[in-house]
Write a protein that binds this ligand. Structure first.
Ligand code: NAG
Ligand code: NAG
Length: 233
């Protein structure tokens, strides 16, 4: 696939001739985070970051809860919940202490959280493309002790579930792929929101190596026997 090399060359040429960058694409911008993540993961771990599809073993049982038998959690989810609770309980205590409500017995709440079937917090990030990603990020930033001075800070830390749909899943995927980065890290190091999707790499050398990198990634998939299309880019 030499298509990207050609595009890269044309963009460099346009930039050199006109002295300006191609305008950002609103519609396509959502792809940029994924491309950035691929880049970051490539730097961290060569094998895990490869774009080339791999065959993996499917889990023997359900990985969350059984659809037919809704209240029964899978073994994997039950095991995970115990580990999560151990991390969430100190966060509950911290949150309740900071937001001291008169007459509230904090230890009573913590005991309820620890009890079988006790309350747990789940956060859902809506769909809605690029706007949902950013709106969700701002929402999470307000709930995150790492970025928020507000009384709402800590709700992210004490929560048990975090789910995202569509644009919300871009945010969730960005966090998941970067060791649950906070908003500032996503904005400054992962998303590069000031850069254009059409012309995302700064400078001639970054452009050539950037587009060649994408080209090589897709070639890897093709070499492994899968069909590729423009969508792969
Ligand atoms: C992920 O983040 C946690 C908490 O900040 C840190 O302790 C851990 O070392 C990080 N893991 C990796 C692989 O960077
Ligand atoms: C690739 O595309 C061809 C033609 O459409 C099709 O026959 C073939 O099954 C596809 N291969 C894979 C691995 O999907």
């Amino acid at each position: 696939m030499q298509l990207l090399s050609v595009i890269s060359f044309l963009l460099v040429a346009v930039e050199l001739l006109t002295g300006c960058e191609a305008a950002p694409s609103r519609a396509g911008h959502g792809l940029l985070p994924l491309q950035r993540i691929a880049h970051i993961r490539r730097q961290e771990d060569q094998s895990a970051a490869s774009y080339t599809p791999k065959w993996v073993e499917c889990p023997a049982g359900p990985i969350t809860r059984s659809v037919k038998n809704a209240p029964v959690l899978s073994e994997l989810e039950s095991t995970w919940l115990k580990a999560r609770l151990a991390a969430a309980v100190p966060a509950w205590r911290d949150y309740l202490t900071r937001n001291a409500v008169e007459g509230l017995d904090i230890e009573q709440v913590v005991a309820a959280v620890q009890a079988e079937g006790g309350p747990s917090v789940g956060i859902a990030l809506s769909g809605g493309g690029y706007r949902a990603m950013l709106n969700g990020a701002a929402h999470l930033a307000a709930l995150d002790t790492r970025s928020s001075p507000l009384p709402t800070a800590g709700i992210l830390q004490l929560s048990t579930y975090l789910a995202g749909l569509s644009g919300g899943s871009w945010l969730l995927g960005s966090m998941y792929n970067t060791n649950f980065s906070d908003w500032t890290t996503l904005r400054n190091e992962v998303w590069k929101l000031d850069q254009s999707l059409v012309n995302p790499f700064d400078g001639v050398f970054d452009k050539v190596s950037g587009y060649n990198g994408l080209d090589n990634d897709v070639d890897g998939k093709e070499d492994a026997g899968w069909n590729t299309t423009i969508v792969d880019f």
